[in-house]
Design a protein around this ligand. Structure first.
Ligand code: NAD
Length: 547
């Protein structure tokens, strides 16, 4: 997919200032001669490997994670190939910097650490002109747009236009984890104001200084945006990201049948959580349909996961009603039950006949779930009594503390293992280090949707899918769980190691495309060897020779 030389006329300083073509001190003698670079670079030529060594030295000299983030983004802005080479070779160390948890801090500080723009900002003041703004993008072809309105950034709430760090970070992961060409990626923030008073009072805040617009005015702007994307970049995949659940479910329902779109917080999270459950069942030897799942948090992530689990259970023979009854939810008011008034629409499927219980502990004690999933954004809410109650009810309790960033996790890996004498099968949204208890080491899995959406996106753009379906996420979950080795499972790790993520993403992309062909949604001719084709579509960050 790479078309780095789409601007072959670039020479001299222009070439050095273009992050896509710049190789810095790695330009060879012949390239320097032919591309008018002589004198513009110091005489010594550094191959990529030596450049990477210099990058790592500078990176490790940074004394805070936020400084490391700023340094890596600056490298991305300067020399994209080198950035991805370094990121891929150090993915375990750097993913938490370019993505959760550090990207959360970066978003909170966005106006203060501002360097260079990346992506497009569309505001409510652009009403009627969104199409012109999309036309200002510098590429004619776009494969994936990640768009946010900044209202629910990770578990950090409304960060307004500062939320741009998330689409930028997600698209970086599309490239790093799945090999989607960065030239096909477009991050967008729709600035409709913010209700975050702290940001509105901040003199360096980068967004509109006004409260959020709501209702018809908001819907009209989003509609104009979706329509304009179809016009300027027809068929492009639009990933909705970190919208509040006031809008997320509604927008997904409205657009999923019209354009190629999905909501990662609802569907991507569901894919990665279901994969974690499939892997956990490989450890316990139990059946999916025998599970009782209790969710702490009944928002986008929780309901999305519940819906995907239900559809997987229906595939395994349960009726829709039976499947829904396997998932239970506790929200900020207590157990979601039928007798409660004014439940939001997305919770109604899971409002079962049961006495109301006011808190998580009483729900765990009463329902005895086999699986507990934290998606509440409320830190330290899986308390010792809650985790112990899970341990009392199950030989191998499955406990997922998925809230991001790390500071919002419902419990730590160490707590989950310690309070269950090492019996818990644990995963978290942001990474935790391995834990050693009584001489045994446990490796917690990272249930981050970064395992799923990049491969799903690669599959969708490679086969030209017209829509994104739930079956694609179920297929992604199944193959992701299948990629976990017995060795990983023995240590309690229910996701494959990140260093295998590119290979895993190619497998996910193949599975997703197979679904697209089966559902007659693909527009590209079907390749004879799907996996080989997906691999051939993956961007490689190695330097190309320009002469
Ligand atoms: P959301 O705002 O849609 O939902 C949050 C839910 O938590 C709501 O139902 C709310 O009622 C409930 N809640 C809030 N306070 C509570 C309390 N004190 N007790 C019980 N429930 C409470 O948000 P979301 O999109 O569902 O995200 C929730 C969390 O999940 C965030 O921290 C987010 O970072 C995390 N998340 C993680 C991943 C991942 O890949 N690991 C993906 C998506 C979301």
């Amino acid at each position: 997919m790479s078309d780095k030389l789409s601007n072959p006329g670039l020479t001299g300083v222009d070439l050095l200032h273009d992050p896509v073509t710049n190789k810095g001190t790695a330009f060879t003698e012949i390239e320097r001669e032919k591309l008018k670079l002589r004198g513009l670079l110091p005489p010594r030529i550094f191959p990529a490997k030596e450049q990477a060594g210099r990058v790592l030295e500078s990176y490790h000299a940074k004394t805070s994670d936020l400084e490391k983030f700023i340094y890596l983004i600056a490298l991305q802005d300067r020399n994209e190939s080198l950035f991805y080479q370094v990121l891929l070779n150090n993915i375990d160390e750097m993913m938490p910097i370019v993505y959760t948890p550090v990207v959360g801090k970066a978003c909170q500080e966005y106006g203060h650490i501002w360097r260079r723009p990346r992506g497009l900002f569309i505001t409510v003041e652009d009403k009627g002109q969104v199409i012109d703004i999309l036309g200002n993008w510098y590429r004619e072809k776009v494969g994936i747009i990640v768009v946010t309105d900044g209202e629910r950034i990770l578990g950090l709430g409304d960060l307004g236009a500062n939320g741009m760090g998330i689409p930028v970070g997600k698209l970086t992961l599309y490239t790093a984890c799945a090999g989607v060409d960065p030239l096909l990626c477009l991050p967008i923030t729709i600035d409709v104001g913010t209700n975050n008073e702290h940001l509105l009072d901040d003199p360096l805040y980068i967004g509109l200084r006004q409260h959020r617009i709501r209702g018809d005015e908001y819907d009209a702007l989003i509609d104009e945006f979706v329509t304009a994307v179809e016009e300027v970049f027809p068929g492009t995949l639009i990933q909705f990201e970190d919208f509040s659940n006031l809008n997320a479910f509604r927008l997904l329902r409205k657009y999923r049948g019209k354009v190629c779109t999905f909501n990662d917080d609802i569907q991507g999270t569901a894919g990665v959580a279901l994969a974690g459950i499939y892997s956990a069942l490989r450890i316990t030897g139990q059946k999916l349909t025998d599970q009782r799942i209790l969710f702490f948090g009944a928002g986008e992530a929780g309901i999305g996961i519940g819906d995907l689990i239900s559809s997987a259970m229906v595939d395994e023979g349960l009726s829709q009603v039976e499947a829904s009854r396997k998932s239970w939810f506790v929200d900020s008011k207590g157990l979601v039950v039928k007798s409660r008034d004014n439940l939001q629409e997305h919770k109604l499927n899971y409002a079962h006949d049961h006495e109301f219980l006011p808190d998580l502990l009483s729900a765990v004690e009463s329902l005895k779930p086999t699986i507990l999933v934290g998606v509440s954004g409320q830190p330290q809410t899986f308390t010792q009594p809650v985790v112990e109650a899970m341990g009392d009810a199950n030989e191998r309790p499955v406990i997922f503390a998925l809230s991001n960033p790390t500071s919002k996790a419902e419990c730590t890996a160490e707590q989950a293992y310690r309070w269950t004498e090492g019996r818990a099968i644990f995963a978290s949204g942001s990474p935790f280090d391995a834990v050693t208890l009584n001489g045994k080491t446990y490796v917690p899995g990272q249930g981050n949707n970064a395992y799923v959406f990049p491969g799903v996106g690669l599959g969708i753009i490679a086969c030209g899918a017209r829509h994104v379906t739930d079956e694609m996420f179920s297929a992604a979950a199944k193959v992701l769980a299948g990629e976990v080795s017995e060795e990983d499972l023995k240590q309690g790790c229910i996701y494959p190691p990140l260093r295998k993520i590119r290979a895993v993403s190619a497998v996910i992309a193949s599975a997703v495309a197979e679904v697209a062909y089966k559902q007659e949604l693909a527009t590209e001719p079907k390749p004879s060897d799907m996996l080989a084709y997906m691999k051939s579509q993956q961007y490689q960050p190695d330097y190309e020779s320009y002469v």
